[in-house]
Design a protein around this ligand. Structure first.
Ligand code: A2H
Length: 253
């Protein structure tokens, strides 16, 4: 845990009903996977959500009607930030593993894909954010490589019970033009650095460093309400909009 608090935007990715048997007790409530992001302006390009298959998650009561799926640790932090049915005390309605969440269909704010699916990524940390990550393979090398692994390795899909139709139809959605790396900057940098899988941690960290500065300070939005605007300027506007429309909440840790 760092000394400087990190402020995330929690994106409310709505689980589409009917819910699977393990979640049937939640039927009638609004259930969201709560994904922590530092890049709310990239939400147009979402293709899926990521969970850690062996991670421990819970469905926590936020208020009378809303339930967030996340780690207990995140639920406790949120409870101290006044987002819990009972103040300062998380109420877990159902315990779930990451594997239980794989395949859940979601409707996520701003995403051009109407329905996206919950998929496994092995680098998801359960001691950071909520343990739920939204995937934007156009602009995140981690997301790009994890989706690439699932697309190109049927055995990897089979290992986690991932159906072809949750992965195969989902292509990169270009959303930001990067001055040096174009509008699929994550793919471009992964190819240039010859990254072979999501397990190449050091190379992926280098790839991130290489594209992020230019993408943020000189990148231009190519889609959405703020198309043509610099990423740096659009970011706050998009974040405010998501918060005002109750499609996201603030979370710090
Ligand atoms: B970002 P920082 Cl397009 N485990 O969102 C692993 N990764 C996690 C996580 C967890 N528990 N919680 C959040 N993250 C990811 C979008 C994005 C992100 C783009 C580009 C870069 C980027 C779409 N994924 O992050 O360690 C989330 O991915 C680059 C830093 O707290 C979150 O923002 O700095 C970011 O890592 C937070 O990482």
């Amino acid at each position: 845990e760092g000394v400087i608090p990190q402020e995330y935007t929690l994106i409310k990715m709505e689980v589409v009903s009917p819910f699977p048997p393990k979640m049937s007790a939640l039927e009638g409530k609004k259930v969201f996977l709560a994904a922590a992001t530092l890049r709310p302006e990239t939400m147009y390009g979402q293709t899926n959500a990521w969970v850690l298959p062996e991670g421990k998650y819970g469905a926590f009561e936020i208020n009378d009607t809303e339930v967030f799926v996340m780690t207990y640790r995140a639920a406790l932090n949120l409870a101290y930030q006044r987002l819990s049915h009972i103040p300062e005390k998380p109420t877990c309605l159902v315990e779930l593993s990451g594997q239980d969440l794989i395949g859940l269909p979601l409707r996520s704010p701003l995403a051009f894909n109407e329905i996206i699916y919950t998929l496994p990524m092995l680098s998801v940390l359960t001691d950071k954010g909520t343990g739920i990550v939204t995937s934007v393979p156009s602009d995140s090398p981690d997301d790009y490589m994890a989706l690439h692994d699932l697309k190109s390795k049927p055995a990897f899909r089979a290992k986690f019970g991932v159906k072809d139709e949750w992965v195969v139809p989902f292509e990169i959605v270009p959303i930001i033009n990067h001055p040096d790396f174009g509008d699929r900057s994550a793919e471009r940098i992964c190819i240039e650095k010859k990254i072979k899988s999501q397990n190449e941690r050091d190379k992926l960290d280098e790839a991130k460093k290489t594209i992020y500065k230019g993408g943020f300070y000189e990148g231009i939005m190519t889609v959405g309400e703020f198309a043509g605007m610099k990423v740096q300027e659009a970011k706050g506007l998009i974040r405010s909009k998501l918060l005002e429309t109750n499609q996201a909440v603030v979370y710090s840790e």
